[in-house]
Design a protein around this ligand. Sequence first.
Ligand SMILES: C=CC1=C(C)c2cc3[nH]c(cc4nc(cc5[nH]c(cc1n2)c(C)c5CCC(=O)O)C(CCC(=O)O)=C4C)c(C)c3C=C
Ligand SMILES: [Fe+2]
Length: 443
Amino acid sequence: MNDTPAADSGPTPAEPSAAARPAVSRRRLLGAVGAGAAVAGAAIGAGGVLAARDHGSSDDAGHGAPAGSASDTAATVAFRGGHQAGIATPAQDRLCFATFDVSPTASRADLAELLTSWTEAAEAMTLGRPVPGDVGDLNTPPDDTGEAVGLTPGRLTVTVGYGPGLFDDRFGLAARRPSALKPLPQLPGENLDPANTGGDLCVQACADDPQVAFHAVRNLRRLGFGTVVPRWMELGFGRTSSTSPQQATPRNLMGFKDGTRNIDATDASLMGAHVWIGEEEPQRWARGGSYLVSRKIRMRLEQWDRDRLGDQQDVFGRFKSTGAPLTGKAETDTPDFAAKDGSSYVIPADSHIRLAAHENNNGLRILRRGYSYTDGIDPQTGDLLGGLFFVAFMKSPDRFVTLQRVLGAHDALNEYIQHIGSGVFAVPPGLAAGQDWGRQLFG
Ligand SMILES: C=CC1=C(C)c2cc3[nH]c(cc4nc(cc5[nH]c(cc1n2)c(C)c5CCC(=O)O)C(CCC(=O)O)=C4C)c(C)c3C=C
Ligand SMILES: [Fe+2]
């Protein structure tokens, strides 16, 4: 399905063209990035201005594709294109995810201006440059917080999303609400903590270096002083999904390969059918975007670690060592859901993959792009606090709801997990040259 806006050329790695450079907001008009900012090498420039970090070249195809391999930490991912980077682009190793609420005193103009400055900052950071605008004035705080100086861009992607609350009557956005964006209904077995749930806006920063990802969110938060209030934040430390066949399948904290039968994000027709918002959406501005569902899922790791191997494998329906389905030998073998051993299915009736498989859900698929997380130790019990920070992209959040109703009610995995946080966001399409998130949202 070709239902998305055409991809646009992104900026060149050395210097964005005038047309590609986003408009500088009033807030940001403290000064321009000097010529020194384009030089390679981490440095504080002559004027005390943070200069660009050393990095490789960017792929200008406009699809957010990285120029280098997964191990090339100097690689950059194109910021502009038909879709936002951080969805179909290969999953990096680290995540910093944060949500924000718009402050009660902020106006529509404040929000629009913030989104414009976020665009400008996100684009610069993606290229390995500091947040622009700093003139090294000793009497004002630096415009970039500085902790990414000397680090490579680490394939940083910054992806924004808008929660259902943003389209209430506060900012005149009700008529622009993407039609499937609404709060998720209550789902079986969940025990959501408001401190890990919701938000007017979300920012997903992914990179191969945790400090690069954190730096991106921190600097957007800094730009947001007075306009948005942080709601919650999560750090992810190991991707739990592959998004392309070129990536090796990682393991989750339960020790199982995770992402084997994820959507191949390099397959445009699968992405069009399952992930990108298409012509079915009356809000034209949202087409080419997607919906992001986040779930903070705690794993009862001590309990899991005491379970016998055979039971662990039955919970997922896969072998722990190879990742193969219980009916196969190799990881990529197609599960045989009809195979029986006597009167029981080889892939048990309540196994995770049987219940989640598209073959058993009317073809329903989602793109998983989650990360492991830890919150340390529970001081009361000494138990490890950690699990999966589940992130998935889809054409409509109803898809997640349908799947989770089945999983929440019947999945053998439920004995070992609990959903403790949640978020749903409309992710706008990618930005064309000269566009910014503020003008894109407000039209
Ligand atoms: C509602 C969607 C899903 C939630 C929530 C979810 C939680 C969850 N999953 C794992 C581990 C694995 N999941 C695997 C496969 C898989 N999971 C979902 C959806 C949700 N998972 C889907 C759609 C699939 C694909 C099913 C298929 O087509 O076979 C696997 C197997 C390997 C793989 O294909 O990725 C593992 C392992 C955990 C630990 C978890 C919550 C903590
Ligand atoms: Fe799963």
